[in-house]
Design a protein around this ligand. Structure first.
Ligand SMILES: C[C@@]1(CC(=O)O)C2=NC(=C\c3[nH]c(c(CCC(=O)O)c3CC(=O)O)Cc3[nH]c(c(CC(=O)O)c3CCC(=O)O)/C=C3\N/C(=C\2)[C@@H](CCC(=O)O)[C@]3(C)CC(=O)O)/[C@H]1CCC(=O)O
Ligand SMILES: NC(=O)c1ccc[n+]([C@@H]2O[C@H](COP(=O)([O-])OP(=O)(O)OC[C@H]3O[C@@H](n4cnc5c(N)ncnc54)[C@H](O)[C@@H]3O)[C@@H](O)[C@H]2O)c1
Length: 218
């Protein structure tokens, strides 16, 4: 067991209340990630130093409480980010969150929180997340940039196709054994290669249904 060993998870934050304490550059980055995921974002900070956060607050995309943090502000939150420039306050928020069983991220001292944010790259349904467990976020950024070159836009279409096919298999086939056989065959199709060669013709519901019917036998 190690202090630097984190368990990676993918959290569904859609519609959930996430609290950001602080309104600077770090809060701006975390807010963008939360809003992309459909979270309901509440910011407590006397000032919004980030212009982007001021715009979001003006538009009503985030709720802003314009004052210093007070104990109890994190009641009801699913996640909390302690992102002020007051290191001692960030740690106090982390202790309070721990007491309430709320996951907390500490921007000024990652190890004081219960989760850290990785550098993220997305291609539609594909998410690649890189974390260095606090060794060097800038290194995580560089690795993310390398992955961006390696994993192109074609993965977006590829995963949408896989999603439709796998959903249809789950809905149409009752036997777990047959489902497994179909999924094995599905993953062996060179859909990604076809997309890259420009030779992929999208499958409609009828074609997917037929493929499922014709590929059930051993
Ligand atoms: C990946 C990313 C995600 C995100 O924030 O969304 C992220 N930091 C990013 C950028 C970045 N942060 C810093 C620099 C300056 C260079 C440098 O210091 O190295 C750069 C580079 C830049 O700006 O390009 C400074 C910094 N960061 C932390 C501390 C305090 C400490 O060391 O504990 C200090 C020193 C502050 C000071 O000195 O005052 C702490 C954390 N930063 C983390 C994540 C977590 C660890 C993740 C991991 O280990 O991989 C952790 C522990 C907590 C957390 O924030 O979750 C995002 C890139 C997003 C992207 O572009 O993809
Ligand atoms: N995790 C990271 O990726 C990362 C990157 C750079 C810096 N940092 C650390 O994170 C901290 C924040 O960085 P930043 O660039 O966003 O700072 P910043 O100075 O731009 O913003 C700090 C914000 O905290 C607010 N604040 C201050 N006291 C508060 C209080 N009592 N209650 C609520 N809000 C309060 C300020 O009004 C301001 O909006 C830095 O001190 C640094 O240690 C972390």
């Amino acid at each position: 067991m190690s202090d630097s060993m984190y368990v990676p998870v993918m959290l569904k934050c859609n519609g959930r209340l996430c609290l950001l304490v602080g309104g600077g550059a770090v809060a701006e980055r975390k807010a963008a990630a939360l809003l992309d995921a459909g979270a309901s974002v509440h910011i407590v900070s006397p000032q919004l130093k980030s212009g982007q956060l001021r715009r979001l607050a003006d538009e009503g995309a985030v709720r802003w409480t314009s004052r210093a943090y007070e104990p109890g502000d994190l009641q009801g939150a699913f996640l909390v980010y302690a992102a002020t420039d007051d290191d001692a306050l960030n740690k106090t928020i982390a202790l309070e969150a721990d007491r309430l069983g709320i996951w907390v991220n500490v921007a000024s001292d990652g190890e004081a929180g219960s989760f850290i944010s990785p550098a993220v790259m997305r291609r539609g349904r594909l998410t690649l997340a890189v974390a260095t467990s606090g060794a060097g976020p800038a290194a995580a950024v560089r690795i993310r940039q390398q992955l961006e070159e390696q994993f192109g836009r074609d993965y977006e279409e590829y995963l949408d196709i896989l999603y439709s096919m796998r959903s249809a298999i789950k809905a149409q086939v009752e036997s777990a054994e047959t489902r497994k056989r179909l999924l094995d065959r599905l993953y062996r199709l060179d859909i990604l290669g076809d997309i890259r060669r420009g030779g992929y013709e999208s499958w409609n519901t009828e074609k997917i249904k037929l493929w499922i019917e014709n590929n059930q036998e051993e």
